[in-house]
Each structure stands twice: as C-alpha cells, then as structure tokens.
Ligand binder design. Structure first.
Ligand SMILES: C[S@@+](CC[C@H](N)C(=O)[O-])C[C@H]1O[C@@H](n2cnc3c(N)ncnc32)[C@H](O)[C@@H]1O
Length: 402
C-alpha cells in the first residue's frame, strides 16, 4: 500500500508499552489491518465470482439486501475464516494493551488526580464531574466493540483506566491510520467547517460523546479563538481526557454529562458536533440527543455529526461487510442506526427541513489536498463512503443549521 503509519504522539499520561508489549501490539494491529484490508478485500472477489453467481443461478436474481448476502456468505469457507480472524484480531488488540495500562497503574491515576485536584493554576481547560450522571443501559450493558470494561468501569474513586486503555487501544486498533494522535476525523471535520463556512467564526463549540478527546482536541488548533467543550457520560474517560489535553497544552473544558439531558442553557453554542456516537446509542436516545443539540445550539449555529454511512446509500455487499460489527463486535445498535433516515430524525428534533445538510468529508490525514478542496467547494462526487483499495477514506456527516 506504500503507507507507513507514524508512531502514536507521546504525552505525559500515555501508558507506554515496554519492548515486548510493543511487539505484541504491533502484531495485533498488523493482523487486524491485514485481515480487514487484504483478506477482507478478497471477500469482495469471493462474493462477485463465487457466492453471488451461485445465488443468481438458484434464485434467478441477485441478493436484495445485506441479510441475504450474509446468509450465503457465511456458508463460504473464505468468509468464515475472515470472520474468525476479525474476531480474534479485535480481541488481541485489546488484550495487547491490557498489560501496558495495568503496569502504569496506580501511578497514572495518582498523577491524574494530582492534576485534577489542582485549582485552576497553570491549567488551560477544566474538568467537571457529576457522579449523579445517568449512564444509559445502551451504553453500558455490553463491552462495546469488545473493549474490556467498556467506557465507564470505575475501579477506584480517582480511576482513569478506561481512558488510558482507550487512548492506546484505539491507536493499536486503527494501526495508526487514524493519525498519530487518533485525530484524523476531528481534524477533517473541523477544517471542513472552517473552510466551507469562513463567516461562521464560532465562539463556542461543543462535541458530545467525546471520550478522551481524540477528535475534539484538533478544534483547538483549527479554531484558536473559540471556547471548546466536550461531554461524555463516563468519568474515567473524562478524567483522562482532561489530563491528556492539559499535557498537550490544549484548552478544553470537559464535562461528565448525559447527552440526553445536557446541563447547558439554551442557545449556548455556535457549533455542536459528534464523532461516531450515534451507532452506540438507542433510537430513542438518538432522537432525544438531537433535540438537546437543537436546544443548546444558537440560532444560526451549525450541528454536524460524523457517523457510519447509511445502509440506503450502500450496495447490499458493502452493507453486509459493514454489518459484521453488529453480529461479532458487540455493537448492538449498529444496524438500527445505519437503517435510520438522518434527515427524518434531525427534522423531528426541531430543525427546519431546508436547513438539513450532509457532506462526505475526505480524511485529511491521507487524502490528496485537491480532493479535500473539491469537498469544500461542494463538487466531490457523492456516493459510497466506504473506502476501496486506492481510494481515500471519506467520512459521512449529517447535520443542520438552526
Ligand atoms: C465511540 S465513542 C465516541 C468516540 C469519540 N467521539 C472519538 O471521536 O474518539 C462513544 C462515546 O460516547 C459516550 N456516550 C454514549 N452515550 C452517551 C450519552 N448518552 N451521553 C454522553 N456520552 C455518551 C461513551 O461513553 C463513549 O465515550
């Protein structure tokens, strides 16, 4: 492929792997990327050349949706081997990071606690925790994408373990393809907003479900004059996010809150965003969160959410491929989300139908700058947001102006 990912950017709170741990993490990461891209790429050939023709011969038509594709693909030995390898690689990614994070504790928690406890001095941003925050069942019932302990497990009153685990784990999971700070989506989204809407000049920006701030911190560089806020329901990831941002010299205000009932007054923010949040929420919660986005957004403000491409925009094979996570990667709300008509729910949350927007945003870490320019100008051909070999990744975004 000719692309070599950079090592993860170091900071004072990153749990650093030992030599042997790094070797295991690299192995797990490469195994996952190889399974996803190379073996996964072969799946399309298996489908086109073997599985689909057999189906057509028997039925006199092509499979009509991802469910029919799945039924026949899972009988094929290549697809079964691919699926098993995907599951094993996903488990290995997390398992390879556990010893690194466990070794960093309890020293890591203590250092973060010392920083959190410091009143204002030398701090750029802030952290506010609210132990009464309701952690919804859809976000806590299973270890989402097989991450042991999920986002919210809190082992001690000062625990930030799940944040440390997520920070290193996501880098290993992405094989560095999300950027050396796991920041690619946020940087692309922020830069797109700044360049496409130069008159917006936001003073206050909110990102919901921000976890450790991977895709929120880039807003500090793109909008240096704005006040940047992030919310998440989980205290451990908020503690870590705060420490990480401070270590990176970025001013971000983190709040433990449930996005279904934000504690901000009406009309507070010029821009409200999220990154890969909605496929991990229930349909009821999605509607309620969008209502809250509408409420806290100022008139004339922009809401923009980056999420998975919708099934309706994909061919049945691609929808089947993407669906894997719903069955084998503890993503129970995946399918309900990808089947959702985002315009319908955004309008249902109070936005005017003619204010609805959706954009396909190329990933700035890897794309040709000319392609990003084309997206900003609005003449990037829409279409399938799933990257194929030789294509850059593009992020689907959905939103509206208030
Ligand atoms: C997939 S992660 C989001 C990743 C993050 N936006 C990023 O770019 O790295 C989903 C996050 O949403 C949080 N979350 C889920 N439901 C929530 C809710 N109702 N309110 C606040 N946070 C929520 C979870 O705790 C988790 O940290």
């Amino acid at each position: 492929m000719g692309i070599v990912a950079k090592p993860q950017v170091d900071h004072a709170f990153l749990a650093k792997p030992s030599h042997d741990e790094l070797a295991r993490q690299s192995y797990a990461s490469n195994l996952r990327m190889y399974t996803l891209a190379t073996i996964g790429g072969g799946m399309r050939t298996v489908y086109d050349k073997r599985v689909k023709p057999q189906f057509e011969k028997a039925q006199g038509r092509a499979p009509k949706d991802e469910h029919e594709v799945r039924k026949v693909m899972l009988k094929d030995p290549y697809a079964r081997a691919w699926s098993s390898m995907m599951r094993a690689a996903q488990e290995m990614v997390w398992e390879s990071v556990v010893p690194t994070v466990e070794r960093a504790q309890p020293e890591l928690n203590n250092r973060i606690e010392a920083l959190v406890g410091k009143p204002g001095v030398n701090k750029m941003g802030s952290l506010s925790l609210d132990p009464s925050t309701v952690k919804p069942k859809y976000a806590t019932a299973v270890d989402i994408h097989l991450m042991p302990g999920n986002y919210e497990t809190e082992r001690t009153p000062n625990d930030a373990t799940q944040g440390a685990f997520y920070d290193r784990g996501v880098y290993v999971y992405q094989g560095g393809m999300g950027g050396d700070n796991c920041h690619g989506i946020g940087m692309s989204l922020a830069t797109f907003i700044a360049r496409k809407f130069p008159n917006l000049k936001p003073k206050k920006i909110l990102d919901i479900g921000c976890t450790v701030g991977h895709n929120l911190v880039p807003y500090c560089d793109v909008f240096p004059d704005a006040e940047i806020h992030g919310v998440d329901m989980s205290a451990p990831v908020m503690r870590y996010a705060h420490a990480r941002a401070e270590a990176m010299g970025k001013a971000v205000h983190f709040h433990q809150m449930n996005a279904e009932s934000l504690k901000f007054p009406d009309n507070s923010f010029d821009v409200v965003t999220s990154v890969i949040l909605f496929h991990e929420t229930s349909r009821t919660a999605l509607r309620q969160i969008l209502k809250e986005c509408h409420r806290v957004l100022k008139p004339g403000g922009l809401m923009l959410h980056m999420e998975l491409p919708r099934t309706a925009t994909m061919d049945p094979y691609d929808a089947f491929y993407l669906d894997w996570d719903a069955y084998y990667n503890n993503e129970p709300y995946y399918q309900a989300y990808t089947a959702t008509d985002m315009k319908d729910v955004i309008v249902g949350a109070g936005f005017a139908p003619d204010k609805y927007v959706e954009y396909l945003i190329p990933d700035l870490v890897w794309c040709d700058p000319a392609e990003f320019d084309a997206a900003v100008r609005g003449d990037l051909a829409r279409g399938n947001a799933l990257a194929r070999w030789g294509e850059s990744i593009k992020w689907s975004t959905y939103g509206a102006w208030k």
